[in-house]
Design a protein. Structure first.
Length: 448
């Protein structure tokens, strides 16, 4: 408590605290009186005037102050309600953003042919350079053909013998046919002649098949490339013995232009992809393009396209195989490379971006956000999110156009609480074109 008294031409300020007891009350009473007397004594030049002021003015004022102090001792201080806490909010709006999904996978050849021995024998010569391009039908190996050449000649001789027997049997049948008409021979003799002629014809057919088999085996001694592509390392050397029964691997030829990229995708995302594809086709819109990021984080210069998805979901992971195809004229991509496929979907105009710092998760693991209503009351909402893009969540449900989301001060508020919102600008708005811009910049850097 503070009191001011005028003494002469000066004011004397007296500070005191509210007494807590009767003893405190009388102690402060005498303290105030002594203080007034001392101030009056020092400021007055005439002792008589001091006595008159003390008696007529100062004493009543001191008594009044003491009464006020005594009354204040029994009053409790009035506590005012604290103001609503301040929180930082951002106003969210629907945005047009390119939805992208990045999946990891590996490259695979468009065609692959394992060249194996189909006859037994000694490898006489290798006719290719390892790692080079080969054409379909190009000679790769020569296996010793001597045995198969002999078998081929023997089969041809057998065929000639069978053909001679057919001519003899046919001539005899024609003679017997005339004799049976004149009843010069029995029916049994004629039937035997017909059977011999048919058997000879069958022997010719069998001999022709043997010739074809021998010719094929002879041809297998010349090992040729079944496809056009790049050949790998030689698995056998000249002088090696190869066997058809063990299917000895000689080399591998792979076609890598174009080339496949095999990735895995959750079955849930695949269902959404299919719905988006159907919607895009109904509106005559282009839907999906695929960019590739290489192992060293550099972009592949040519975009690809989705081509295939498996028909079986892996029960252990809930994922399904997805295949994209990329041109590979420069053969920068090799089979087995680790890559990341970035799938660009069509623009989705029904999403809202919410800063990640404004999204928390409840005990069930569901994403939630605190919204400031029109009356500045805090409302908690459960969100349906799609993915993150940079420092923002892509929200499909739970937040509406123009609503204010708390991004700072979450720890000091709770639902149904009044707050003082301070609007902040949502700075990361460049996200709506960042993915395409980054990809275009990377392509420009590659093309130089």
């Amino acid at each position: 408590m503070c009191a001011a008294f005028k003494c002469g031409t000066r004011y004397v300020h007296v500070h005191s605290e509210p007494p807590l007891s009767r003893k405190c009350f009388f102690t402060q009473m005498f303290f105030i009186m002594d203080s007034i007397e001392m101030a009056s004594f020092l400021s007055s030049s005439v002792f008589g005037i001091y006595r008159s002021v003390r008696r007529k003015v100062l004493l009543p004022v001191a008594i009044a102050c003491i009464a006020l102090m005594g009354a204040g001792c029994n009053k409790k201080p009035v506590m005012s309600a604290p103001p609503p806490p301040e929180v930082a909010v951002v106003e969210v709006h629907k945005q047009s953003i390119p939805l992208t999904t990045e999946l990891v996978g590996r490259t695979a050849p468009y065609l692959i042919a394992e060249v194996r021995a189909r006859v037994d024998g000694i490898v006489q010569k290798r006719h290719f350079r390892e790692g080079s391009e080969v054409k379909v039908g190009q000679l790769l190996y020569t296996i010793d053909p001597a045995t198969y050449q002999a078998q081929f000649e023997s089969a041809k001789a057998t065929l000639a013998k069978a053909q001679a027997n057919v001519r003899a049997a046919s001539a005899q049948r024609e003679r017997y046919q005339k004799l049976i008409a004149a009843r010069a021979i029995s029916q049994q003799e004629y039937d035997n002649a017909v059977a011999q002629q048919q058997q000879a014809s069958a022997d010719v057919a069998s001999a022709k098949a043997m010739v074809n088999t021998a010719k094929i085996n002879l041809g297998y001694t010349r090992v040729v490339s079944p496809i056009t592509g790049r050949i790998g390392s030689a698995q056998v050397t000249e002088g090696a013995y190869v066997q058809a029964g063990q299917a000895t691997l000689l080399c591998t030829v792979q076609k890598i232009d174009p080339i496949y990229v095999n990735v895995t995708q959750s079955s849930t995302e695949l269902l959404r992809f299919r719905r988006e594809i159907a919607s895009a086709q109904a509106n005559n819109e282009s839907f999906i393009k695929v960019d590739l990021i290489l192992e060293d984080d550099s972009p592949y210069s040519v975009p690809g396209k989705l081509e295939f998805s498996d028909i079986t979901v892996d029960p252990s992971t809930g994922a399904i195989a997805v295949r994209a195809i990329f041109p590979n004229a420069k053969q920068e991509l090799l089979p087995g490379m680790y890559v990341r496929a970035r799938i660009h979907e069509r623009f989705n105009r029904e999403v809202i971006l919410v800063p990640q710092i404004g999204v928390t998760h409840n005990a069930k693991g569901e994403p939630t956000a605190l919204i400031v209503g029109k009356d500045n009351t805090v409302i908690q909402r459960t969100l349906v999110t799609l993915k993150t893009m940079k420092d923002q969540w892509v929200v499909l449900e739970g937040v509406h156009e123009g609503e204010r989301v708390i991004v700072e001060g979450l720890q000091k508020v709770r639902p149904e609480m009044k707050v003082t919102p301070i609007l902040r600008k949502q700075t990361d708005t460049s996200i709506n074109t960042s993915a395409d811009a980054d990809t275009e910049a990377q392509r420009s850097a590659v093309n130089g």
